[in-house]
Ligand binder design. Structure first.
Ligand code: UDP
Ligand code: MG
Length: 310
């Protein structure tokens, strides 16, 4: 019998996790001819999420739990979940019911037709702020300009993937993973699956601006070296500008074009401009270096505190 695994990262979701479980269970039980497993990854929740998960895991052996020692972030939680899956097809889904579980059977059909990655593409996004929609749009535009692999816009991590793709992802050693980019990078037969993204069933987003920025910079930095090249371009451009200022300064000194405190303005402009260019370049370089540093420390991406039914 074939098996379907569902990976659900949860972080402080006591308000929705029950609803999510009930809905998923119902959906999976209606998919006859398939065994199923639900792998919940408790990403260091501080509320009653883990307590609830433990009670359902006691009743239902198809519920498996990984609990982290602290909050390591959504991408780490999904990474850990993927490593525990044993199904032939694997679904990654959010716990807040923004990605509707009832779509799984249709995605499964596409998989049975021979597709390896069926990724959810958001036709409509309900209940998300203008700020989030705008920044997300800008992010995917920038990312696709900079990156060599095409990363589809309006997608998250909601997708159904074949076992061989999961195995490939599991064997990638890099830290700070940007999973939706890696799924594009590894290739395989990929098709979009359009859906309307609901509002969160309850609770608040667990992706504050700080986490969004981390995800965005992981995305850009792990999929593109172009920012480094852009700094090179800016550097050459500023040398060119400084030459013009130099020539102007020399001419005004020798030809006595003006006798006010000469050169003050151009000097200030040059100093502030170049200081800005240098500092922002250093910032970009340091983002790369900090990730090289992370990789070289070779620490685990997450620490597991407890495993249940695994
Ligand atoms: N999540 C997680 N760890 C985190 C942040 C989020 O496991 O540090 C989970 C969260 O519980 C949810 C999913 O990742 O199941 C997506 O998070 P959320 O819905 O808050 O993000 P949004 O939909 O607002 O982008
Ligand atoms: Mg959400």
């Amino acid at each position: 019998m074939k098996k379907i695994s569902v990976v659900i990262p949860v972080y402080n979701e006591e308000e929705v996790v029950k609803k999510c479980y009930v809905k998923l269970k119902e959906t999976l039980e209606n998919i006859i001819d398939y065994e199923n497993e639900m792998i919940f990854i408790d990403d260091g929740s501080k509320d009653k999420t883990l307590e609830f998960l433990e009670t359902i895991a006691n009743e239902n052996k198809n519920v498996k739990i990984l609990s982290f020692s602290r909050n390591f972030g959504h991408q780490c939680a999904v990474t850990a979940g993927l490593r525990e899956t044993t199904g032939d097809a694997v679904v990654i889904i959010d716990s807040d019911l923004q990605d509707p579980p009832e779509l799984i059977p249709e995605m499964l059909k596409l998989w049975e037709d021979g597709n390896d990655v069926i990724y959810g593409k958001r036709k409509k996004r309900k209940g998300e702020s203008c700020f989030k929609l705008f920044t997300a749009k800008m992010f995917y535009k920038t990312l696709n300009k900079l990156s060599d692999v095409e990363i589809p816009k309006d997608t998250g991590d909601f997708r159904l993937v074949d076992r061989k793709v999961v195995d490939t992802i599991n064997n990638l050693p890099e830290h700070n993973k940007f999973l939706r980019g890696l799924f594009s990078w590894v290739g395989f037969k990929t098709v979009p699956f359009e859906y309307e993204r609901n509002e969160r069933a309850a609770g608040k987003t667990k992706y504050p601006l700080k986490k969004m920025l981390k995800l965005a910079s992981d995305g850009i930095i792990s999929f593109s070296n172009k920012p480094l090249k852009i700094i090179g371009g800016i550097g050459i451009f500023s040398i060119f500008i400084s030459f013009i200022i130099l020539i102007y300064a020399l001419l005004s000194f020798f030809l006595k074009w003006n006798d006010l405190t000469p050169g003050w303005t151009s000097l200030m402009v040059a100093i502030t401009f170049f200081a800005g260019v240098q500092l922002s370049s250093l910032w970009i370089i340091s983002e790369y270096i900090s990730r090289i540093y992370d990789e070289s420390k070779n620490r685990p991406e997450y620490i597991i505190n407890k495993k249940i039914n695994l």
